[in-house]
Design a protein around this ligand. Structure first.
Ligand code: SF4
Length: 323
């Protein structure tokens, strides 16, 4: 079980005041929205008015409720749950930390090939990487942690749209510490290295090259299926940190069958309304890799569309990242 930290309302209110704000919009990820009433009350007790709580789904700091700030005339957006993916004025970020026992990393030792490993994790666990490295050192393994850059400003942090901290590593193999294997597969595709995934709560550990190979086979099949599409929708996200208009325009220019379609939430219903035989996702990269099952037709990555139209060889496959 994760030992979840509560949102530190008083500290957060102090940071809001230090930013010179008195009236804010509050944005929470879906899993924390039920904490909104108590947070609104706590802010009120600290003399801070919550003009509105953003109610749309929020999966990352790539989707800031800036329109709600403009609508309400608030001074500041308080975005809880994620670290920043870009520099933005008028946004205060509060990412949350979740603890685990750093000693859990010992479970990964039997799968390491050598004594030098890169460490990556998601934002909730970056605060523990130093202690994880100390446990590894006690077992004779030197751990390397990327410095933090761009969309992943915290050392060792990876996102489903950026593996910069994995690519920065010189270690010959990489250990991902966190739940699920999605990020570990992304790290394997982005680096081509031996990658191990450790769930620090269950102790489950696995090497992910087989998962990466299976993903690539599925992606190849989707490209082949997309060949029969009479029209291809190039999806351009309208979310603050997902919009890639130049990329969408460049991709659309690669095929007479393609047109750019803006979407806020990428949904099967909208795909059915347009009726295209395939779509290309320039929004959150996870949608194509992780959510294909939700969609009625192939949702290709930009690189896969390039393979489809002959602008890229399959052997030059790259994982999609927002850079
Ligand atoms: S684009 Fe996707 S992976 Fe990147 S921060 Fe947003 S939701 Fe997360």
């Amino acid at each position: 079980m994760e030992s979840g930290s509560l949102i530190p309302a008083a500290e957060l209110a102090a940071r809001v005041r230090a930013a010179g704000a008195r009236r804010v919009v509050l944005q929470l990820p879906d899993g924390l929205k039920r904490r909104a009433p108590s947070l609104v009350r706590a802010f009120g007790a600290e003399g801070i008015e919550v003009a509105a709580v953003a109610g749309d789904p929020c999966y990352g700091a790539c989707d800031l409720a800036l329109d709600t700030v403009a609508l309400t005339g608030a001074d500041l957006l308080v975005h809880v749950g994620h670290a920043p993916v870009e520099e933005r004025e008028g946004v205060l970020y509060e990412h949350l930390s979740f603890d685990f026992d750093p000693a859990a990393v010992a479970a990964a030792l039997p799968l390491l090939h050598g004594t030098e490993v890169g460490l990556v994790t998601t934002v909730q666990h970056v605060h523990l990487l130093k202690e994880v490295a100390e446990v590894l050192a006690a077992h004779g393994v030197r751990a390397e942690v990327g410095p933090g850059e761009g969309r992943t400003p915290l050392p060792g942090q990876v996102l489903g749209c950026s593996y910069a901290n994995a690519r920065a590593l010189s270690a010959p193999e990489i250990l991902y510490v966190g739940t699920g294997v999605f990020h570990a597969i992304g790290v394997a595709l982005a680096t081509g290295k031996h990658v191990i995934a450790l769930d620090p709560y269950s102790g489950e550990v696995r090497e992910v090259s087989g998962d990466a190979d299976r993903l690539l086979r599925r992606r190849f099949a989707l490209i082949e299926k997309a060949r029969s599409a009479e029209c291809v929708g190039i999806i351009l996200s309208t979310k603050s940190g997902q919009a890639r208009p130049a990329l969408a325009a460049r991709l659309a220019a690669l095929s007479e069958k393609a047109m750019v379609i803006t979407m806020r939430e990428v949904s099967a219903a909208e795909m059915i309304n347009f009726g295209c035989g395939a779509y290309v996702n320039t929004a959150c990269p996870r949608l194509a890799y992780d959510d294909q099952v939700r969609f009625p037709v192939p949702l290709l990555t930009p690189q896969e569309f390039e393979v489809l139209v002959g602008a890229r060889a399959w052997e030059e496959y790259e994982v999609d990242e927002i850079v």
